[in-house]
Design a protein around this ligand. Structure first.
Ligand SMILES: Nc1ncnc2c1ncn2[C@@H]1O[C@H](COP(=O)(O)OP(=O)(O)OP(=O)(O)O)[C@@H](O)[C@H]1O
Length: 395
């Protein structure tokens, strides 16, 4: 799969942009702050309906404008799709595919698949669990777009349940409030939470081997990179409020683990929610569910966060992206578009060369760099200069 044409209106620093892409490598080159990342961010947005840099859309609309438009032509074998997204901060985004409006923008998910690696990815290793949960959920959606609905159903159930715990918690605890409404939200949370949890557990199992392999490739065989899904459900069941005895620390995924059935997870979530209800009413928040989980990253048995060096952390983040690329390629009938935003300048010579070798044969690679020398020679291809939010094809 590849992007063949990108057009922007009022997106970030661009009043308008129009850029054609060839298959293979395209390097977007220009000094800092000229609009290179804005271009790849727009392509990433078409694929994920989100930005890799900000969590709300307001910053994506050019200052002074009220909406932005991204139009992207996608080629997949001999099929073509023209996807157009209109970003309306504070309102609902609108999508058109081949010039026909879709009832809901999220129906356009899945038409373009990208894997984007950027300096922000260091937070996957060094940052809070929130970023790692988002990584897993974005990959779930890229593999199966229906998970966009699952995720938003879970978020809605969580918001409503937290609002109820906060507003009516004290009265329910005193035996005067409407417990039945809380029971209903427990059921919603357990149902949608089980969908999300089962999918994440399976995803971590699928990612474990390719991540270890990619880490070894990028770091030239140094260190064992492992993934472990840490679930708040397991912890609640083995804690003082729980019914089960502690089962010890969670073990790293091996790729061959048995993922608990979704229905069993739903029953376990319901039971655990009932057990912690008193504590939740006191605190006014939901204490169990996928929103409290984490993906633990370990290197040679030690947590990467807090122990790994800067270079090792980079390699781990890169390994997660390369493993995502492998999964998406394996699942679908075509390779996702690979985007490397400003990453070569961050890597040492060895890692840079190994990464370049790994991605050189991909169907489409879009690279951004401040200077052309940062792009490894093996990634020889088209070059576009970006200056003051103007694009100029030079090769
Ligand atoms: N909503 C917006 N409206 C107008 N300008 C914006 C908006 N958002 C970002 N910009 C501008 O876009 C520019 C940054 O563009 P971008 O991040 O693409 O730079 P870059 O070329 O990738 O730089 P670097 O090499 O430093 O990463 C900044 O000058 C910033 O002020």
């Amino acid at each position: 799969m590849r992007v063949s044409h990108l057009q922007l209106a009022d997106f970030r620093s661009y009043t308008a942009a129009d850029l054609q892409f060839d298959p293979g490598v395209t390097a977007l080159v220009g000094p800092n702050g000229q609009g290179k990342t804005n271009l790849v961010e727009a392509i990433g947005y078409i694929a994920t309906h989100g930005s890799h840099r900000v969590s709300t859309d307001a910053a994506l609309v050019r200052q002074g404008a009220s909406r932005a438009v991204i139009r992207c032509a996608i080629e997949r074998d001999d099929r073509h799709a023209l996807v157009e997204l209109e970003l309306v901060p504070g309102g609902s985004n609108r999508a058109r595919v081949n010039r026909s409006p879709l009832p809901r923008a999220r129906e356009a998910l899945g038409l373009l698949r990208t894997v984007l690696f950027a300096p922000e990815d260091l937070a996957l290793v060094k940052g809070d669990p929130d970023g790692r949960r988002r990584f897993l959920d974005d990959l779930l959606v890229a593999r199966a777009p229906r998970f966009a609905g699952v995720r938003s159903d879970y978020d809605r159930a969580l918001r409503q349940r937290n609002a109820l715990l906060k507003s009516a918690g004290a009265t329910i605890k005193a035996g005067r409030g409407d417990v039945r409404t809380l029971d209903v939200w427990d059921a919603h949370l357990a149902r949608t939470g089980a969908d999300l949890l089962a999918a994440r557990l399976k995803l971590v199992q699928d990612l474990a081997v390719p991540t270890g392999k990619a880490y070894a490739q990028v770091s030239n065989g140094q260190g064992d990179a492992e993934l472990t899904y840490r679930s708040s459900l397991d912890e609640a069941e083995s804690g003082p409020d729980g019914a089960r005895e502690a089962g010890g620390a969670p073990t790293p995924a091996t790729g061959a683990d048995v993922v608990p059935a979704r229905d069993l997870l739903e029953a376990r979530l319901l039971e655990a929610l009932a057990k912690v209800r008193g504590k939740e009413l006191e605190r006014g928040v939901s204490l169990i569910g996928p929103h409290r989980d984490d993906l633990l990253l370990t290197l040679g048995g030690l947590p990467a966060k807090g122990y790994a060096s800067h270079g090792e952390s980079w390699s781990f983040a890169l390994a997660l992206r390369l493993a995502s690329y492998e999964l998406l390629t394996h699942d679908g009938d075509s390779e996702p578009v690979l985007i490397l935003d400003d990453v070569f300048a961050e890597l040492d010579a060895g890692r840079r060369a190994r990464l370049a070798d790994l991605v050189a044969g991909a169907e489409q690679v879009i690279v951004t760099a401040a200077v052309a020398e940062d792009v490894p020679e093996v990634l020889d291809g088209a070059r576009v200069d970006v200056m003051a939010s103007e694009v100029r094809r030079v090769r």
